[in-house]
Design a protein around this ligand. Structure first.
Ligand code: ADP
Length: 280
């Protein structure tokens, strides 16, 4: 499912003295099965855009196109339901939304709420708990007896159990230690590759954006000021200086590797198989 934002502007509190535009004429093009990062400093509009991908917010002007479906001003909640099923959002600290007695019930909650049968929901829960790297025994436990990292995985399994085509990640590593951060980011990269999930990462981490994304869009004061590959963006020193962005360590590392092997890699984050293919 291709995703397009066409001239999307969004204002909070429209028609009140507090009306405030947070997005201005944003255009984005995210082809199906790609990994797209949206980065920018605090207040640049990242969270506002994020909520447009499944209709939690609707554009004040312009259109969000998801495959054949459109999100625009005036759309009714009922019309947005099929979109919510296809676009899973992993919010910051998703473990805060766990509430059921058992992990199994928690993962089944989303699908059953969308009319999926109990049997199918349980089947998906058993599959998804493994996808996020946890043993099936965890399903019988209370989510509140798990570690923070495990709880986050359970919450992610709950999003995956909806069988989304698109997954939107809102600072998915917030609050995790460096090892936990890498594990979660690698997990999403694996899901993106193996399941062909279109992945949209909304983050202030330029390291993660540079490492995993095919394309990066930079937000600044509600405007999308640039979209390009990590290589294009992080080679443009004038642009980086203008928007106070630094070259991520991982990009410098890639440059060193390329100098060593005398060839350029297609992108920074390559699985072992991809790397073997490229340098074979
Ligand atoms: P980011 O996620 O990049 O930090 P946001 O999308 O949260 O940026 O915010 C973009 C702009 O919209 C900021 O100026 C912010 O103050 C404003 N904003 C965010 N949420 C609201 C709200 N609920 N009401 C009014 N203004 C808001």
């Amino acid at each position: 499912m291709d995703i397009k934002l066409q001239q999307v502007s969004f204002a909070y509190s429209v028609g009140t003295p507090f009306e405030k535009y947070a997005l201005f004429d944003v255009n984005l093009n995210i082809p199906s099965k790609t990994y797209h990062a949206i980065i920018g400093h605090t207040g640049s509009g990242k969270s506002t855009i994020l909520q447009h991908f499944n209709g939690l917010l609707k554009p004040t002007k312009g259109v969000v196109q998801l495959g054949e479906r459109k999100i625009e001003a005036g759309k009714k909640a009922k019309e947005l339901k099929p979109i919510r099923q296809k676009v899973g959002i992993v919010f910051q600290f998703p473990e805060h939304q766990l509430f059921e007695e058992t992990v199994l019930k928690d993962i089944m909650f989303g699908p059953m709420n969308f009319g999926i049968s109990e049997e199918e929901a349980e089947k998906r829960a058993r599959e998804c708990i493994k996808l996020v790297g946890l043993p099936e025994e965890v399903l019988e436990k209370s989510p509140f007896d798990l570690s923070g990292g495990q709880m986050r995985r359970v919450a992610i399994a709950g999003v995956l159990a909806m069988n989304p085509e698109v997954i939107v990640l809102d600072e998915p590593t917030a609050g995790l230690d460096p090892r936990g951060q890498k594990e979660i980011m690698d997990l999403f990269y694996r899901l993106h590759k193996e399941r062909g999930l279109t992945t949209i990462l909304v983050t202030h981490s330029m390291e993660d954006a540079a490492k995993y994304a095919d394309q990066i869009s930079i937000m600044h004061e509600g405007h999308c000021v640039r979209t390009g590959t990590p290589r294009e963006i992080f080679a443009d020193n004038e642009f980086l200086k203008k928007y106070r962005l630094e070259v991520p360590r991982i990009v410098k590392f890639q440059q060193k590797i390329e100098n060593l092997i005398g060839q350029s890699l297609s992108k920074v984050c390559l699985t072992e198989e991809e790397l073997a293919d490229e340098i074979a």
